[in-house]
Design a protein around this ligand. Structure first.
Ligand code: ADP
Ligand code: MG
Length: 323
């Protein structure tokens, strides 16, 4: 199969619903129309086989996650997706593999309403680079540096599921997962960044980040860039039933605080926005939880509280963030 046939067969599936894509795959460049009074936002992430995903994962899941983690960055800005490009290096042309990859990519493209607008295809060790483009209303992007004193701190979805699933790879491949483990494994394979919610959150919230490296690390980035600190109620961390069943309550809290790969949003907003945020979440069927607040103190310290007392996680991984 020649390169241009491969592109036509596997990477020419997108149709833009928004009308923003004037030219997509097939010309020298894609041509996009940027609506008036909006700014372009863009981000790129590379996933390397053996580093970012296990080699024996279904190609459909690899593709889905590759796009989802990039869409998550758009969500963290409160952006509306415009399109994405895919640069892929393949060791060899295996049509079955490419078909599955293309199917998974198309599922994610539809789920997040973001068309594939171009890319590049080369030979080499399996590497997937996705560049996402989106738009925000002028000066309305949700920035890490914009948290304000006394803001509420919120998170979407549940935390810790994906991190707990990392240890389940062997069991998943030999099909020995119980129901709770199967749920956790799916959370790792197919993250669902709340992109529609995020876009509408842009006018209600101050700051946001997507939780990719663990809540404490990622909230830490907001605190550093906003020159403030935070107090978190450990009993308010959103934990799935399945995670609690799998790891116990204390273990689940550990995964939620320190785990990564959630691709949920952590955001801050004025307390007066609570009802609007809850209503928006309900309308869109998104779980949101208020887990704490922004406090004074430029040192970006995170105070964890449980039953009115400081909480010390068993695993001390969090400590270097509060030093
Ligand atoms: P050029 O040599 O001008 O870079 P290419 O042969 O690399 O052209 O690409 C031809 C067209 O196919 C371009 O529109 C490019 O964006 C698109 N394309 C190439 N690879 C991919 C891919 N993996 N996914 C989507 N579009 C692709
Ligand atoms: Mg090219």
């Amino acid at each position: 199969m020649k390169e241009f046939e491969l592109i036509k067969e596997f990477f020419s599936f997108s149709q833009s619903k928004s009308g923003a894509v004037i030219e997509g795959v097939g010309d020298d460049c894609a041509v996009l129309s940027i609506p008036d009074k909006r700014q372009l936002v863009t981000s790129v992430d590379t996933l390397v086989e053996g580093v970012h995903f296990f080699s024996d994962i279904n190609p459909a899941d690899i593709a889905y996650k590759s796009l989802a983690v990039n869409v998550s960055d758009l969500a963290a800005m409160g952006a509306k997706p415009l399109g994405f490009t895919l640069a892929i290096a393949l060791p060899k042309v295996e049509e079955d593999w490419l078909k599955a990859f293309s199917d998974g990519l198309q599922q994610a493209s539809t789920a997040f309403d973001i068309p594939l607008i171009g890319g590049d295809t080369t030979k080499g060790p399996l590497t997937i680079t996705i560049n996402v483009l989106g738009t925000v209303k002028t000066d309305r992007a949700l920035l890490r540096k914009s948290a304000q004193l006394d803001d509420d701190i919120w998170v979407t979805g549940y935390l810790g599921d994906a991190a707990a699933a990392l240890g389940l790879h062997g069991k998943a491949q030999s099909r020995q997962l119980n129901n709770a483990e199967h749920y956790l494994w799916q959370q790792l394979l197919r993250p669902k960044p709340p992109i529609v919610f995020a876009k509408k959150l842009a006018k209600l919230a101050h700051a946001a980040i997507d939780v990719s490296d663990g809540l404490l690390v990622d909230l830490g980035h907001i605190l550093e860039q906003s020159h403030c600190s935070a107090k978190i109620k450990v009993s308010s961390l959103p934990l799935s039933e399945q995670l609690t069943e799998f790891a116990g309550l204390e273990g689940a809290r550990e995964f939620a605080l320190n785990g990564g790969d959630d691709y949920e949003l952590c955001f801050t907003a004025k307390p007066s926005m609570r009802n609007k945020i809850l209503n928006l979440a309900e309308d869109l069927n998104i779980n949101v939880h208020r887990i704490g607040s922004i406090t004074a103190g430029e040192e970006a310290e995170i105070q964890l509280m449980l039953d009115g007392k400081p909480y010390k996680p068993k695993r001390q991984g969090w400590q270097h963030f509060s030093e």
